[in-house]
Write a protein that binds this ligand. Structure first.
Ligand code: NOJ
Length: 744
């Protein structure tokens, strides 16, 4: 076989470098692909397979990640999940890899930094309610810097599973129910983690997970099968991943679920044909924890070897913790079941990420004093700002909020008032309760000596002990207003934390009912990792603030909302069902065959709070929306605008949500789809104009079952608030009807 030009160049470069005593792959100035090729050319099969092996190191505190953690690390291993807060240890392990492995290939250290590692900020579901992608990028950059300084180069985040079943514990980790919003926030997070360049000192590699459809777990039970039509896959579940790949995410993680019978971790169509061939992703896919071995439990592999074969040939390059690749790939190669080309491709992908991270040049973590690493005031400020913008004022009647200057005494009641642990939320990295500002501290600082504060815990999160009710009743009776802080423990959401009901335990509802008997204004503050069933609580409350699980810095933002120093601007990125039995319920449902019939006979069919709901201390008046044209032809774009006036007396932030509906199409479409949003600050009396430029292929097309985007002529509606404008997409022979997939 004649050597290719590329091989010849490599040989020439290689010879020069060998003459200089430096292998080409160690030259940071050599082109990336040549470095990969050069290194690959020098690796033995065993060394290659080791690069595809990921083990975990340190103390595993996650009860769902069952399995061994190694202490004696093989210096050739490709990657470690680093369950340790000490970068010194990482450096010692890395030093062995650099010096004791034959080729000095650095280890890639990964970890679940989900919403901060020490400066823990709001859970992703809350972040989306801020509708502020720049703030989310900023927070992710804080997380990246702290993660990197912990000795970790790679985070298993963002989770961009579309989640529409609030019983599913992992809904806390998602950006809500809407594919477009998830695409935007997922990409914003990737940008924050990866910065301008992966090799920057404050950047870590992102991992889009869980590819794909894990959020559809049947009945909201974790780890269950998912039945997803090709149409839904392309319309709802894949777009956030395509957007994340476009934003440059270095890696992806394959899911635990199976998609209509084919497990995500053995799904060649998705992992190879879609991700690598169609989307041209150049990084790698890591399996989820044990998800290769779990192919046996899923009934598609008879043993570990077959599981490894299925996963590897499908396109999972790195095997998380179950050692199947390490144990069986060599054998599968000898048997001709996997090819050396496919091993080379997989190893190249892993090496590419290592080279891009600059690990060959900077394998070690700089050791800096703890105070310079974590929880710097400027980083806490970012967490506080994001918490502030994430909180949603769900209800406000009888002028309960902001708390008036006439209120001279306030009773703070509930299990969350002085809680630190649970405000962190699930997957809180190396965050510590001691670093969490409590609600009590925030409120005390906010109101100072102006308001007399009293406190009673009232009850626990669950159980039946009502012995604290009496003290709580007295405190409430003696106060001008009552702030009741209730909600979920952090372990009630996250992995393997599904619940059959999204209502709070009865004891918390009973506490509120008891306090209501005082006749005092009841301000309910909720902290939770999922939408809650508030059917019984809502009528008892004058005001409700959803503070979510804000992380380390939620006390002051919440107190600011209570006092009125902060005008709440969060809007729900997820529907709040009235009762659990309404699930599934989300705004983008398809129209029914009998739209006015078929409703539940025993409960309302309407949710309690719709997607986008959220109140402010000011009022916004939407003027008449206008379209630049009523017809769209060729590659024209259409501009739609709406003036919005702040008609109240305080400055506020308004988020405008633009939806598109396609009332007649060859396939039935969601009743409306979010296509654009924008958040703006508006001063009292000021009018600002919100604009949405409609790009037909991006905003009006729909995917077919193979992912091709189709654009069908006809009438469309664009919706803003309660206005609906109609325009026509005219038939145009020149317009491509089947172009490449498009995402925001
Ligand atoms: C299992 C979870 O599903 C995944 O999200 C996580 O990244 C891994 N464990 C590693 O902890």
């Amino acid at each position: 076989m004649k050597p290719s030009i590329f091989t010849l160049i490599l040989l020439i470069f290689g010879t020069i470098h060998i003459a200089q005593g430096l292998p080409l792959y160690k030259d940071k100035n050599a082109p990336l692909e040549q470095r990969i090729e050069d290194l690959l050319g020098q690796m033995t099969t065993e060394e290659k397979i080791q690069q595809l092996n990921q083990l975990s190191f340190g103390v595993n505190l996650n009860p769902n990640n069952k399995g061994e953690a190694v202490n004696d690390v093989d210096p050739q291993v490709g990657s470690l999940i680093y369950l340790n807060e000490n970068p010194v240890e990482r450096n010692a392990i890395q030093q062995r890899a650099m010096e004791k492995s034959r080729l000095g290939i650095p280890i890639l250290f990964g970890f679940d930094t989900i919403h901060g590692i020490k400066t823990v900020y709001p859970i992703p579901l809350a972040q989306a309610c801020s509708w502020s992608p720049p703030l989310v990028t900023q927070a992710a950059a804080v997380a990246a810097r702290e993660t990197k300084l912990t000795g970790i180069d790679w985070t298993f985040s963002p989770m961009i599973d579309v989640a529409r079943d609030s019983r599913w514990g992992r809904i806390a980790e998602s950006y809500g129910e809407d594919p477009y919003a998830i695409s935007i926030f997922g990409a914003a997070t990737v940008r924050g983690y990866q910065g301008a360049s992966l090799s920057d000192s404050g950047s870590v590699a992102a991992c889009l997970k869980h590819f794909v459809g894990y959020g559809v777990s049947e009945g909201g039970r974790d780890y269950r099968a998912t039945d997803i039509s090709a149409q839904a896959l392309w319309e709802t579940y894949l777009p956030p991943f395509e957007a994340g790949v476009k934003a440059g995410a270095a890696t992806l993680m394959s899911g635990f679920n199976d998609i209509s019978g084919v497990p995500a971790s053995a799904n060649r169509y998705l992992l190879t044909e879609v991700l690598k061939q169609q989307w041209k992703h150049g990084g790698f896919v890591v399996s989820d924890w044990n998800s290769v071995e779990q192919l046996i439990a899923q009934g598609v592999a008879k043993d570990r070897k077959e599981a490894g074969l299925k996963s590897f040939t499908a396109g999972v390059e790195m095997n998380m913790v179950d050692r199947i690749y390490a144990d069986h790939l060599q054998e599968l190669l000898l048997e001709g079941k996997v090819t050396m080309d496919s091993i080379n491709d997989a190893v190249s992908r892993v090496l590419r990420v290592k080279f891009r991270l600059g690990l060959f040049e900077q394998p070690y973590t700089p050791i800096v004093p703890e105070a310079e690493r974590y929880l710097r005031p400027e980083d806490r400020a970012v967490a506080a700002k994001l918490a502030e913008e994430s909180m949603v004022l769900l209800k406000n009647e009888r002028a309960a909020l902001p708390i008036s200057s006439k209120v001279k005494s306030l009773a703070l009641i509930g299990p969350l008032v002085k809680d630190q642990e649970n405000l962190l939320g699930c997957w809180s990295g190396n965050g510590k309760p001691k670093d969490v500002e409590t609600i009590f501290e925030g409120v005390t600082r906010e109101f100072g000596d102006n308001v007399k504060l009293s406190y009673a815990r009232g009850c626990d999160f669950d159980g039946t002990d009502e012995s604290g009710f009496a003290d709580a009743f007295v405190a409430a009776s003696n106060a001008d207003a009552v702030v009741v802080c209730i909600g979920e423990k952090k372990a009630w959401s996250g992995e393997n934390s599904s619940r059959s009901t999204i209502a709070l335990p009865a004891i918390q509802e009973k506490l509120v009912a008891r306090l209501k008997e005082t006749g005092k204004p009841i301000i309910l503050v909720l902290s939770n990792g999922r939408p809650l069933e508030l059917q019984r609580l809502e009528p008892m409350a004058d005001a409700i603030v959803e503070m979510w699980q804000p992380g380390v810095a939620g006390g002051t933002p919440l107190a600011g909302i209570l006092s009125g120093r902060v005008n709440p601007s969060g809007r729900l990125a997820i529907t709040f069902p009235l009762v659990t039995g309404q699930i599934p319920i989300y705004y983008g449902m398809r129209s029914s065959a009998r739209p006015n019939d078929g409703n539940y006979k025993d409960i309302s069919t309407e949710p309690l709070y719709t997607f986008g709901h959220g109140l402010s201390y000011t009022s916004f008046d939407y003027g008449k929306a206008t379209l630049s044209n009523s017809k769209l032809a060729g590659d024209q774009k259409l501009t739609v605008q709406v003036p919005v006036t702040n008609t109240g007396s305080v400055t506020g932030q308004e988020t405008a949500f633009w939806f598109i509906s396609d009332p007649v199409c060859s396939v039935s479409r969601p009743m409306k789809e979010l296509k654009h949003f924008e958040k703006k600050t508006i001063n009292p009396g000021e009018t600002v104009v919100f604009t949405f430029q409609i790009d037909p292929m991006r905003d009006l097309s729909h995917p077919d079952s193979t992912g091709r985007r189709l654009l069908e002529a006809g009438d469309f509606h664009v919706r803003i608030k309660d206005q609906k404008l109609t325009f026509e997409l005219v038939d145009d022979d020149d317009r491509p009807t089947v172009p490449a997939p498009v995402t925001p």
